[in-house]
Design a protein around this ligand. Structure first.
Ligand SMILES: Cc1cc2nc3c(=O)[nH]c(=O)nc-3n(C[C@H](O)[C@H](O)[C@H](O)COP(=O)(O)OP(=O)(O)OC[C@H]3O[C@@H](n4cnc5c(N)ncnc54)[C@H](O)[C@@H]3O)c2cc1C
Length: 382
């Protein structure tokens, strides 16, 4: 049976996230878009509302939200401010390997701080020489008795400068290449962690992005997630699970742009009539609305498969790729409807366009998503 309606519980969740986005995020979005300070006040409220611990299972004190519910709130939060959404989402991304592969003891130990007060986690996969080719990781975590000693540098880590916990992907067996990568939980207070300068970004400026260097960082072997050598699988399974949220964020950003453009087109008068009455404007609006709807359906379908534990690598990649491409196209077209005003910082369009761009890059570029999709669609070639 196919059912496109949301349950009462899902509608309530959507309303709650929308109210939060409207009342707490939107009024502060332009201020934090300047990028000089982290939005701690808004994030404190986000913690109190449960958004920072929403993917922690209920038995460990979190919200235990499923994937479709996560997609529903992601759209609303990104509609409010994509930068603040990224700070929240990246923390959930970093906690996901523990959700998927953590032992009961690891879950109890490492989730507790996130359910008690505002804390952020960072997912440390990317390195200067290992971006799309994440398997080319150089960071090492070599065994010394009951500890791993981590050495290396991770770049572009969202929340890198503010996190209390890092999930680090490092070679425990350098001889084995990608099969020697392991995922290790590293608390921030471990000696030897050096935070680099915060990146000065084009968009998502409310979020913190930094390089994190590990110099002889000793962590107990019991902080290993899964088994040694499983790190790349941990990373890929995590990304399969979280990419639908990036697609949902694309839908949220695009929807915000469309709503602003519709309102503007109805009130902006040129040649004695509202510009919405020019067919080129109206058709642009129709195109945006169609693509947003299509993107939301892809996102919800991918999340629905995830909730059922069904294979969803291709659908997850499709939802991320299409959702973020729709955000990019829609923000460009919506800005055009604003004419010169769209280019000015006094109006919301230029921020939305800057924010849309990152969604096509992080959590695997859209070219990498197309590789994932095409490999599955084409299958083996003799
Ligand atoms: C603001 C921001 C936040 C981020 N947050 C995190 C984070 O929290 N944790 C984390 O680990 N990483 C994070 N990243 C890193 C992000 O995931 C990488 O930037 C991304 O995976 C691309 O890697 P790269 O930048 O090295 O580009 P490259 O891999 O060098 O790619 C450059 C270009 O080549 C294309 N390309 C590369 N390989 C192929 C191929 N095989 N086929 C076709 N095209 C290809 C790419 O699509 C891209 O267009 C973040 C990045 C940014 C910008």
């Amino acid at each position: 049976m196919i059912d496109f309606s949301l349950s009462d519980e899902q509608k309530a969740l959507q309303d709650m996230a929308h109210e939060f986005a409207l009342k707490e995020m939107r009024p502060n979005a332009a201020r934090y878009d300047r990028g000089d300070v982290f939005p701690e006040d808004v994030m404190t409220k986000a913690f109190e509302a449960g958004f920072l611990s929403c993917n922690i299972p209920t038995e460990y004190g979190g919200g235990g939200l499923g994937d479709l519910n996560t997609a529903i709130i992601s759209e609303e939060l990104a509609w409010g401010c994509a930068g603040m959404f990224t700070a929240m989402m990246a923390s959930s991304l970093a906690l996901t390997p523990i959700v998927l592969y953590g032992t009961d003891e690891q879950k109890k130990t490492f989730f507790a701080p996130f359910t008690k007060k505002m804390n952020f986690a960072a997912f440390c996969l990317t390195e200067r020489e290992a971006g799309s080719d994440a398997a080319a990781t150089k960071t090492r975590a070599l065994r010394d008795g009951d500890h791993y000693v981590i050495n290396g540098s991770k770049c572009f880590s969202t929340n890198g400068g503010i996190a209390s916990l890092y999930i680090v992907f490092a070679l425990t067996d350098p001889e084995k290449g990608v099969r020697g990568v392991s995922a290790i939980i590293v608390p921030r207070d471990t000696p030897g962690i050096i935070i680099g300068k915060e990146e000065d970004k084009m968009g998502h400026r409310a979020s913190n992005t930094a390089e994190v260097t590990f110099e002889d960082v000793r962590v107990p072997v019991k902080n290993l997630l899964g088994k040694e050598g499983m790190g790349f699988i941990v990373a890929m399974k995590t990304l399969d699970k979280t990419r639908a949220s990036v697609g949902a964020a694309g839908v949220g950003v695009a929807r915000a742009a469309l709503e602003h453009a519709v309102e503007y087109a109805k009130t902006r008068v040129q040649f004695n009539k509202p510009i919405a009455l020019f067919q080129n404007t109206a058709f642009k609006i129709a195109q945006m609305a169609m693509e947003i709807n299509a993107a939301r359906h892809l996102v919800w379908h991918a999340a629905w498969l995830m909730d059922r534990g069904q294979p969803c690598g291709k659908e997850s990649a499709m939802s991320k790729c299409f959702g973020s491409d729709v955000a990019m196209r829609t923000t460009i077209e919506a800005l055009q409807i604003f004419g010169g005003y769209g280019y000015m910082r006094d109006y919301p369009m230029e921020k939305l366009m800057r924010d849309a761009k990152l969604l096509q890059i992080y959590e695997g570029t859209n070219e990498i998503q197309r590789l994932v999709i095409s490999r599955e669609v084409i299958g083996p070639i003799k």
